[in-house]
Design a binder for this molecule. Structure first.
Ligand SMILES: *Cc1c(COP(=O)(O)O)cnc(C)c1O
Length: 405
């Protein structure tokens, strides 16, 4: 086959905006043309401490002069420390470090299957998942995601996932069979449109898991690391899983994922049963420890909660005033969804015109994911930009009608 004459050699799997950034400072991104944008994407819930946080910069610079990569053939004192800190803050006894959310989820799926195999029930490998979920793009996590638009063309989806409607407890009960190993859910669906069932649903899932000997798996890749106003979203729900996947904000922008599990859940995992070349790389671990240094300071999450309440109130008032553009504010903490009346892609584009960066999601929702360090003044600034975008979008159809006369 001949070589393509395409102007970009990046595999064209992303619909990229015609905009590039040269650097970032806190909540701000500076484009290659020198324009300042307010970043309410945080690299999709990754840059939780904003861009170039001085403590993270110092930690990575220091680590870069010491050791970049060390294989898991040897001990990792700093990895031990990050794992111990994550366990101390959670239900977990063990942590496996990976490089991404999908890999953390792969490990969660493998731990769940192996748990039952180790108990003498290898036939119990099926995991119940929920409509609207997003668990990643590898073949197993895509099968767990279960969305036709992502699975199309990749052959038969991997076996072992039974998807039911979100919040439908009867459907969950009906799906539990002799082959069921666990139940996998996001405490708050991010990609799916900032949707979550009531807390009672999570409590009911916990009870079902206990009754049937199933593992409860939380995908906190997006909700974890402070996004919803607690280190982990399930802490605000008051329901504890057996296995949990983390990634996105864990390294504050450095790629790292983690799968956390109780000793009981991870009983099947022994030397050789899982692995990763880069997982727990010293640079990633340094970033992870530096993120925790900041997040575990007293008052960090209280401040996130306060700023989130403020943002929520101001956004609710914008929704009231522009019902022709916005229908609803939803979400938890600083994982905020604006359900749009106009196409959500139009809203994201109109906000970008106002130099406010946001992310689309399912269910015609636009996600606002500011860095957790966002100030009150920056929230006010963003709300003004959202208002201006609403004005522009309200005027647009009228203008079009006039032009069409
Ligand atoms: C982003 C995301 C993933 C996948 O993470 P990657 O790092 O892109 O592989 C998995 N689950 C949830 C809930 C996510 O938001």
């Amino acid at each position: 086959m001949s070589k393509s004459a395409a102007t970009s050699h990046l595999l064209p799997v992303f619909a990229r905006a015609d905009l590039a950034f040269a650097r970032g400072e806190g909540v701000w991104l500076i484009s290659t043309t020198g324009e300042r944008y307010l970043d309410f994407t945080s690299g999709i819930a990754v840059n939780a401490l904003g861009h170039c946080h001085p403590h993270l910069v110092a930690a990575l610079q220091e680590q870069a002069t010491q050791l970049w990569h060390m294989s898991n053939l040897f001990k990792s004192p700093d990895g031990e420390r990050l794992a111990a800190r994550l366990c101390e803050q959670s239900f977990a006894d063990f942590v496996f470090f990976a490089n991404s959310g999908a890999e953390a989820m792969e490990c969660a799926i493998k731990i769940t299957r192996k748990h039952h195999a180790a108990l003498g029930h290898p036939e119990r490998y099926r995991i119940i998942t929920f409509e609207g979920a997003f668990h990643g793009r590898t073949l197993a996590t895509l099968a767990a995601t279960g969305s036709a638009k992502y699975l199309d063309g990749y052959g038969p989806p991997m076996d072992g996932f039974d998807q039911v409607p979100l919040g439908d407890l009867d459907a969950v009960k009906a799906a539990i069979g002799p082959g069921t190993a666990g139940i996998l859910i996001e405490p708050l669906q991010g990609e799916g449109g900032v949707r979550s069932p009531p807390h009672a649903f999570f409590r009911a899932l916990r009870e079902l898991c206990d009754q049937h000997g199933l593992l409860l798996i939380f995908d906190e890749v997006q909700t974890g690391m402070g996004r919803t106003g607690a280190l982990f979203a399930h802490q605000r729900i008051g329901v504890t899983p057996d296995v949990m996947a983390l990634a996105k904000a864990l390294g504050g922008g450095f790629p790292i994922g983690a799968c956390l599990a109780t000793a009981d859940a991870a009983a099947g995992m022994t030397p050789g049963s899982h692995g990763s070349t880069f997982g727990g790389n010293p640079l990633a671990i340094a970033a992870g420890n530096a993120v925790l240094d900041i997040m575990l300071k007293p008052g960090f999450f209280e401040r996130v909660q306060q700023i989130a309440i403020l943002a929520r109130q101001k956004l609710a008032s914008v929704v009231d005033r522009y019902p022709q553009v916005l229908a609803e504010v939803r979400g938890e903490g600083l994982l905020i969804g604006l359900k749009a009346v106009v196409p959500s892609t139009d809203l994201v584009a109109a906000l970008r015109e106002q130099k406010l960066l946001t992310v689309g999601a399912g269910d015609n929702v636009v996600r606002l994911l500011p860095p957790l360090i966002v100030s009150e003044a920056e929230i006010d600034d963003a709300v003004e930009r959202i208002e201006r975008a609403c004005v522009a979008l309200s005027a647009a159809p009228a203008l079009q009608r006039e032009a069409g006369r």
